[in-house]
Each structure stands twice: as C-alpha cells, then as structure tokens.
Design a protein around this ligand. Sequence first.
Ligand SMILES: Cc1cc2nc3c(=O)[nH]c(=O)nc-3n(C[C@H](O)[C@H](O)[C@H](O)COP(=O)(O)OP(=O)(O)OC[C@H]3O[C@@H](n4cnc5c(N)ncnc54)[C@H](O)[C@@H]3O)c2cc1C
Length: 386
Amino acid sequence: MIYDVAIIGAGASGLMCAARLERTQHVLVLEGNEKVGAKIAVSGGGKCNITNKYVDKRNYVGNLKYVHETLARFDNKALLAYLQNRGLEPVLKKGRFYFCPKSAQQLIDLLKRETKEKEFLLKTKVHAVTKDANKLFCIETSRGVFHAKKVVIASGGKSFPSLGATDVALEIAKSFQMAYSDFKPALVGLTLQREQFWFKTLTGVSLDVAISVNGKKIAGSLLFAHRGISGPVVLNTSLYWKKGEITVDFFPGGDVETLVRKGKKRHISSVIPLPKRFVKAFLEHIGLEDKACNRLQDLEFKQLKRLHAYTFAPAGNFGFSKAEVSLGGIDPEELYSTFESKTIEGLYVLGEALDVTGELGGYNFQWAFSSAVVCAEDINSKSKNK
Ligand SMILES: Cc1cc2nc3c(=O)[nH]c(=O)nc-3n(C[C@H](O)[C@H](O)[C@H](O)COP(=O)(O)OP(=O)(O)OC[C@H]3O[C@@H](n4cnc5c(N)ncnc54)[C@H](O)[C@@H]3O)c2cc1C
C-alpha cells in the first residue's frame, strides 16, 4: 500500500492538515499516543486557548521568515470562522484570548469529525523517514514500515514528554541534512540562584509585575512557586531569556517613594498596596526594618526603590517536563512558504517542529493551524495540477 500523504503526529497541526486534505488524497496519520490531540486536551487549563484577538508576527520568536505570510493566509478570523461553521463558538476572555466554551475536548471532537475519512494508526511511534530510489518515502515505525508519496512532519516539539512529545522531527531533519536548532524548554517557570531563595518563602503568592528581559518589557502576573517563579509573565519571559539578568518591577504603574513619603506614621508594609507577605519578605531581603514611614532616611528610600528594579539572574528553567512549548526546531529557511522542503521534494514540516515559537495566549495553536492549512492547500493543488 502506498499512501498519498503520511502525517507524523495527530496533534494540532497534524489534525488540521488531515482535515484540510481533500477526500481524494489517501492519507495515513501516524500517532504515538493512544489518543489524538493530547496537548490540546490539557491546554489552557483544559479549555484550550485556541487563538488570540490580536495576532501578529511580533508575538513570535525564531525564524519568522514565513510567519506574516502564513498568518495572513489563514488568520485568527479564518480560524474562528472555520470553528464556528462547524458548531464550535470560542469564547473571548479578558478581551483577547479565545477559549473553547466548555472543554478542549470540543475542539478535539471537531477535528476528529473533520478527519473521519482519514486513516489513523495510533500507538505507533515513528522512528525514522528515508526516501527510496523510486522517490517514495519509507516511514519506519514501531508497527513496521509504511510508504507514502509525501510526508508531513507534524510531530511538534520536545516539551511534555509525558504527553508523547519526542524530537523525531529533528532526527528526520538530521537524516536529510536539513538545518535545525536543538529544542529548548520555553513558556516555562524559572529557577533561582541562592540569593533569591527568599522568593521560596512566598510560595503561592502572586502579583502583577513588569519584567525587562533582553531589551523587552513584559507585564503580567507572577507566581512564586516552590521551584522558583512562574505565572504568565515569567512564562513569556522564558521565551526571551538566554542566561543573564532580568529586572522585575514589582510595583509597575506605582511610585513607592511618593507613597511612602506620604505614609507619615503608618508602617511601610501597610502603605505599599501589594500582598503584605511579599512586602515584609522584600523589606527583610533588602535589610530594611518595617517601620513608620516618617522614620525613613534618604538612603533608605534609595533601597526601597529596588522594588521598581529588582535585578537578578535566574539559575535556569523548570525543564521540558513543565515547558508549554519548545524553542528551536527545523529552520524555515529549509522550506518554501508552502512548508515543503526545498531539497527533499514532498517533505513538509509544520507547527512547533519548526523554529517558530509563539508567546502565551493562543499564538502557538494559531501557528500550528495556519501552517497546516497552507501546507494542505499546497498538497491539494499539486495533486490537481498533476
Ligand atoms: C500544558 C500545555 C498547555 C498549552 N496550552 C496552550 C494554549 O492554551 N494555547 C496555545 O496556543 N498553545 C498551548 N500550548 C502549546 C501547544 O499545545 C503546542 O504549541 C501545539 O500543540 C503544537 O502543535 P503541533 O501540531 O506542532 O504539535 P503537537 O500538538 O504537540 O502534536 C504533535 C503530535 O505528534 C506526536 N508525536 C511526537 N513524536 C512522535 C513520534 N515519534 N511518532 C508518532 N507520533 C509522534 C505527539 O504525540 C503529538 O500528538 C500548550 C502546551 C502545553 C504542553
């Protein structure tokens, strides 16, 4: 049996690609897990943050060569319309994030309905892909070898190995001598050096902060966690952090000096409108007694201003087991804008397997779906023009 298209991975991009390939295509989807869409199921706290109201190239890092063009061809509005026309009405939260109304399973069920004509082989791990003398791809799997005229690598990144993630995309790239960069954990919490161990006494506390990292300023909620710092603002920071220092403004939009100068006899910790546990720990860390505001010396005000610019170097991150995505992947320079390899005809790469990574907020699913649609359209049109 020779398939027209073999898709490696039944995650977001693999399912969307299978859904958009025409019925005339004989498609085989190979998936290591026993169920499809494992990451969709757990994403967005079980409700899947499908996309964002504002999607732009600037929300991505990596090689952005085709990001604008791809998003323009199947943008957030097109994705929402596609879902709405099939009975899924995403709900807008906080004015910008689109989620499934009830559960991420709604999106998985929709994609399953859209791919019911396609052949799936679950619990099948792909080990390698080669191309034979007849220009056919041979896909070596845990269930034997399959043959196809085209192969779509939709196997994602290396994050969350507990959900079936592997770096088979990079193994395949290496075997075809395609350029790639190793996967690195991203959208992940950051660990601490000894000097910041005082954060650990604050486990469970969260506050809105602004973080400066590599020339970028990111605002949002920070959560003190057992292993370090987490929360949306830290996950986004991890996309841009490459060792070295970050600076946290724990009181963005406020002015601690003015506030405390007006505080008169009140204690510092009752004047600063941040969680008391945090303020007390911060004062202790900078060696300042929690005393009446009018007893502060000028030098002590200087110390207090570190609240707006607390600089430190994280030790590392929580690793692949906790990272929502992976930085790195196959270099888009290897591909045409259709996601087909420039050197290996019939080989396509999609979604997170590519060196394109989005910020938190639905950008990664949007990329997975947009790249899948562009690829499927190319395969469909090529089969018509034959
Ligand atoms: C906990 C968590 C929450 C997230 N929440 C969001 C969110 O709310 N919004 C958002 O935009 N993004 C979110 N993401 C990121 C998003 O899930 C991914 O970016 C997206 O799924 C990537 O799509 P993909 O198709 O490239 O890869 P995936 O969806 O990861 O699909 C890859 C598939 O390939 C399979 N596979 C891998 N290796 C092999 C192999 N060797 N053989 C066979 N099959 C294989 C995997 O089992 C998987 O099913 C989240 C990720 C995690 C881990």
